[in-house]
Design a protein around this ligand. Structure first.
Ligand code: BJW
Length: 236
């Protein structure tokens, strides 16, 4: 394979695991301890907003306390190196943390939203938000109280930035997925879209993901070691 010029990278919770943020579906993961249908759906929020907001308050505190690891840093470096030689690294993350940004990545597409932002369900304004949210929290844009929710994408909701993602998939010359189980759609389907275009695909994960057979290359190991090594092999 020649040097990639248009690299599409999809990251998942495994990239932030070594920063101390829990993954979802590993043994002892978030969805092994909590029922996603009671916490990560619009119906759950409508039924019991306090429980949902408490869950995300706890997660938000974890994000604020965490620090990027070598996998985040390697991606930020690769983005800069590829830009220097006229290429582009499109970083699409399913993660709601801000560790890619804090490692220095400049253009991060958060398809499942961002936990450090809150959205007003009255006026739709999105506001940076680092503190706990509760039913007394009011919207800085319209003043409505009790209408703020985490700006994340729950099951049954439409992922964000779909047009930009589709456009980047359509022009990529290499597709790499890192630290994602391949269990959640539409992200889990991107590798097959890439394969249909005939571009090389690689997964970097602790172990084979649910859709490992869709990739034509794989590197297994912790992202903090396997990803920098893989990017170095690409000259990035
Ligand atoms: C390491 C490591 C280390 C560990 N180093 N690796 C088609 C078929 C079937 C169902 C559907 C379908 N299309 C849609 C659906 C429904 C649904 C869905 O996919 N359900 C499945 C469960 C079956 N999808 C949706 O509802 C989505 N919306 C939607 O589809 O709208 C319709 C539509 C879309 C597009 C066009 C037209 C219509 C929305 C999905 C929202 C997901 N939300 C969550 C919560 C976000 C907020 C929060 O954080 O609480 O997003 S769920 C959770 O899963 C979170 C993650 O982003 C997402 C993916 O998880 P991820 O990142 O893969 O983590 P894990 O834990 O699963 O995997 C970690 C991996 O890392 C593992 O493999 C480990 O081995 C590895 N690992 N340590 C390297 N150190």
């Amino acid at each position: 394979m020649g040097d990639p010029e248009r690299l599409f990278v999809l990251t998942g919770a495994g990239v932030s695991a070594e920063s101390g943020l829990g993954t979802f579906r590993d043994r002892g993961g978030i969805w092994a301890r909590f029922d996603p249908m009671k916490l990560a759906t619009p119906e759950a929020y409508a039924a019991d907003p306090d429980e949902v907001l408490d869950f995300y308050d706890h997660r938000r505190r974890g994000v604020v306390a965490a620090a990027p690891n070598a996998a985040h840093v390697a991606l930020a470096r690769a983005e800069a190196r590829l830009a220097d030689r006229g290429g582009r690294l499109f970083l699409c993350t399913q993660n709601v943390d801000d560790l890619h940004e804090r490692a220095g990545s400049r253009a991060v597409v958060h398809m499942h939203g961002e936990l450090l932002k809150a959205r007003c369900t009255a006026c739709d304004a999105v506001t940076p938000w680092r503190n706990d949210l509760n039913r007394a929290s009011s919207c800085p844009a319209c003043g409505a109280a009790g209408r703020m929710r985490p700006d994340v994408v729950w099951f049954g909701e439409m992922p964000m930035h779909r047009d930009a993602i589709e456009a980047a998939l359509a022009e990529a010359d290499l597709f790499v997925a890192v630290g994602t189980s391949g269990a959640v759609y539409p992200a889990a389907g991107y590798v097959r879209q890439a394969r249909r275009r005939g571009i090389p695909t690689c997964e970097i994960n602790l172990e084979p993901s649910d859709n490992a057979d869709a990739f034509d290359d794989a590197r297994y190991g912790p992202a903090s070691a396997a990803l920098p090594r893989y990017l170095a092999d690409l000259g990035l």
